[in-house]
Design a binder for this molecule. Structure first.
Ligand code: AMP
Length: 114
């Protein structure tokens, strides 16, 4: 498990606002939301970046995406739509090196992204 804020949230050392929990991942509200809905889906497995995944992780990555869809429905942003983002390494804008999927919604998203 990489020593990150998400690792500490997973062990309970740091408190977070959890919106989902299962055997493979948790989801929390982002501490600095970039949209009215901004949830992070965080696998329990301590993988630093998306580039550290391999074929053995396809089920986990699919599960995390499925969880994002369930949360979007639960929060009522499914009808208007939303955005899912994986930031990978420095050029991708990744700050916390424990993989996580961003679920953003509740406003119209721009394209291209910044
Ligand atoms: P990334 O840039 O993809 O690594 O995203 C990291 C995200 O984690 C940012 O959106 C931060 O606002 C968020 N974040 C950092 N610390 C916390 C925390 N303690 N609780 C919730 N979200 C956090």
């Amino acid at each position: 498990m990489p020593e990150t804020v998400f690792g500490k949230i997973l062990t309970g050392e740091i408190q977070a606002d959890k919106v989902w929990e299962d055997d493979q991942c948790i989801a929390i509200n982002d501490i600095s939301p970039q949209a009215p809905t901004h949830v992070l889906i965080i696998p329990r497995a301590g993988i630093a970046t998306l580039d550290d995944t391999s074929e053995e992780h396809t089920a986990l990555l699919g599960h995390v995406t499925w969880v994002a869809v369930q949360i979007a429905r639960k929060l009522g942003i499914d009808k208007q739509g939303y955005r899912l983002v994986w930031n990978c390494k420095e050029s991708g804008g990744q700050e916390v090196f424990h993989i996580h999927l961003h679920l953003l919604g509740g406003r119209r998203m721009d394209w291209p992204p910044g």
